[in-house]
Design a protein around this ligand. Structure first.
Ligand code: GLC
Length: 656
């Protein structure tokens, strides 16, 4: 039925077509063998054939107009394409603002809990003390706190010797204090929260941990939780090999109950866990999940270089025979079989996977990207391993301890060398990171002198990537002298020169000695004495002084929030003994020129105009003694700085 209707319609159409065809001029009729055959035009050309249209449009005027219009049309296309090519070639490609996570540009502040703020008067800092000082930390414009260990511990390494990984030592408070600290830190103030990175200590436990005690007694499943080897008997001991602990002593200790030796990379009270036992891996996974469930933002993995040792227990190869055999770090042995073994990456990648799970899903709110920082030791090239081989593997970065080697003789060339070594060794896409000091190193102000502290702060906060500040370095705290007192740090008990007490003295808050400068209500009880210069070097006094170390730190830290510092390019400019300088810039953003004098002579009238194609700029930040005035215009053709001074110049982006 439908077919018939279609045929009818088509028939009517053919009739209409025939009528038109009879009225065609003869020139449009095709002369075929059967003469006068006219082309059939099926719909949709049924109304007027192409020839007919051409016939009427083939007038000279129409042809001319058509030619002109075609020329205009194609001409415009050619001009347009040419312009696009010229502009693309002539102008540098605009970089897109990268998508970066908080930790790639973070300013991290290390809190050593024993020494930061005591809230209960027992002379040891605690978690509630840290909570009391959160406003101060926000005032520093930091992004994250790295909190050194607070776990239950006999304190033979002040918390790095853990009894129970999922607890809080009563000395520091309790779990609900920690929960409150995390909640408080995560509250946004002026649109920013504070992140918490905890110390994660997988390499060893305390010998007082229940795991070790059960292992000693060969109680399952703990028997192989640690690294046990036969080593003769109590009357005739024979270490399994020549491995050494970080203290320079043998790394094997005999246990008379088990009648075997256990291995320890650190003190004999800190036995190493056995990562060739799957049960250990599962235990540590559970610990990690426990803390991620508590919403911590990341982990700093302690002593990661020492997680695995050679399976065959081979002797370490000899190093420098003239070095002191009792100095682990002196080079007498090459620690080839006990450090930076490739198996470590299996564990790092395993933990990375767990962190990533939490970075993308959480039951307790929106996803929070979690960071993994590796505390590894080795050359920058060796440390490269820790970034992993794939984008999704590895730690986010290993700490860069290059700048912790700086002393007062490290001038501009020396600093540039240390910075370049790290920048050249790290994978291109990984963020850089900078550390000036920590709880294991002599304080930066004691190493370089007060004069140069501000310039180093300037570098720390304006170089690309992550900065880490050790508590008290922002006010210029110095090492305390412990020559007239015993070492609190057990590492210094037999050799005081190894003690880390000098860099761990109480934070100096106020100029009031009766309150132990604000650290604790009972200064007699303070676990270490405050530095004698606390009267002048403290938060209260420095807060009121616009030229103090604290004010310099705060100004630079605020400036650091500018996007250019978060992801801008970094280009080294002039370098000499008394000059280190670089440019931070990014398409569309304000540019910054950083110049510091780390030398011993004045820098006079240095001309930067060619290096930055500018003759003047605005002073964006200065070190305390610098003669530049923040906010003022400055001549870039004559930059002068005294030793230890630094200045940041800025100018707005101007589209070319
Ligand atoms: C890390 C810590 C250090 C500790 C050692 C053993 O190096 O920074 O303080 O003594 O590991 O845990």
């Amino acid at each position: 039925m439908a077919d018939m209707e279609m045929q009818d319609e088509y028939g009517a159409e053919r009739q209409r077509h025939k009528d038109v065809k009879q009225s065609f001029p003869s020139s449009l009729v095709e002369s075929g063998s059967s003469s006068n055959v006219v082309k059939e035009y099926p719909p949709p050309y049924a109304g007027m054939g192409k020839e007919m249209v051409l016939h009427y449009s083939n007038t000279p005027a129409f042809n001319r107009a058509r030619k002109v219009l075609l020329m205009i049309f194609w001409g415009s296309w050619i001009v347009l394409i040419g312009a696009v090519v010229v502009l693309t070639v002539a102008h540098p490609r605009c970089k897109l603002k990268p998508n970066i996570e908080w930790w790639q540009k973070a300013s991290v502040y290390q809190v050593y809990p024993r020494s930061f703020k005591d809230s209960d008067g027992d002379g040891v800092g605690d978690i509630n003390g840290i909570r009391e000082k959160l406003d101060y930390l926000r005032e520093l414009s930091i992004d994250a706190i790295w909190l050194s260990p607070f776990y239950e511990s006999p304190m033979r390494d002040f918390g790095y010797d853990v009894i129970n990984y999922t607890s809080v030592d009563p000395l520091f408070g309790n779990m609900s204090d920690l929960d409150s600290l995390i909640d408080e830190m995560h509250k946004e103030v002026d649109g920013r929260d504070l992140k918490l990175i905890i110390d994660f200590i997988p390499n060893h436990t305390s010998n007082e941990s229940i795991w070790f005690q059960q292992s000693v007694d060969r109680v399952e499943p703990y028997t192989e939780y640690y690294i046990w080897e036969d080593c003769g008997n109590a009357t005739h001991l024979q270490d399994p090999n020549n491995w050494q602990s970080a203290l320079g002593t043998p790394a094997w200790t005999y246990h008379s109950t088990r009648q075997q030796c256990y291995f320890h990379q650190y003190q004999d009270s800190m036995p190493d866990l056995n990562y060739r036992n799957n049960l250990v891996k599962e235990e540590i996974d559970a610990v990690l999940r426990f803390w991620l469930d508590k919403n911590v933002d990341g982990i700093r993995i302690d002593a990661i270089s020492k997680l695995y040792e050679d399976y065959n227990l081979r002797d370490e190869p000899a190093g420098d025979e003239s070095a002191d055999p009792n100095d682990y770090y002196g080079g007498y042995l090459n620690h080839t079989y006990t450090k930076n073994l490739p198996e470590i990456m299996d564990m790092i990648n395993r933990w990375r996977g767990i962190l990533d799970e939490y970075s993308t899903n959480t039951d307790s709110g929106p996803a929070r990207p979690r960071v993994m920082v590796a505390e590894a030791s080795g050359s920058p090239t060796q440390l490269k391993m820790y970034y992993g081989r794939t984008k999704d593997g590895g730690a986010n970065f290993p700490f860069n301890f290059g700048l912790t080697r700086i002393n007062e003789s490290c001038d501009g060339l020396c600093i540039a060398g240390l910075v370049d070594t790290w920048m050249d060794a790290k994978p291109e896409e990984a963020p850089a990171n900078w550390v000036l000091g920590n709880h294991d190193k002599s304080r930066i102000t004691s190493r370089v002198g007060e004069e140069k502290l501000d310039a180093l702060t300037m570098l720390l906060l304006t170089l690309p990537g992550v900065s880490t500040t050790y508590y008290g370095d922002e006010i210029g705290m110095l090492n305390i002298n412990i020559s007239d007192r015993p070492s609190q740090d057990p590492v210094g008990w037999s050799d005081k020169s190894l003690s880390r007490d000098p860099e761990r003295s109480p934070m100096q808050w106020y100029d009031n000695s009766s309150s132990c400068y604000g650290f604790t209500s009972d200064c007699q009880a303070a676990w270490l004495p405050p530095h004698p210069d606390a009267e002048e070097t403290n938060v209260q006094v420095e807060r009121d002084d616009p030229l103090s170390h604290l004010s310099v730190y705060k100004n630079l830290s605020r400036l650091r929030r500018e996007e250019t510092f978060s992801y801008g390019d970094w280009t080294t400019l002039k370098v000499s003994a008394n000059l280190y300088s670089y440019l931070r810039s990014f398409n569309g953003l304000t540019s910054y020129l950083v110049v510091v004098n780390m030398g011993d002579t004045a820098l006079v009238d240095e001309d930067f105009s060619e290096a930055v194609s500018k003759t003047s700029a605005t002073v964006a930040a200065i070190t305390g003694k610098s003669s530049y005035i923040p906010g003022a215009k400055a001549d870039l053709m004559k930059v002068s700085l005294q030793p230890g001074d630094g200045v940041v110049f800025s100018w707005p982006y101007i589209a070319q």
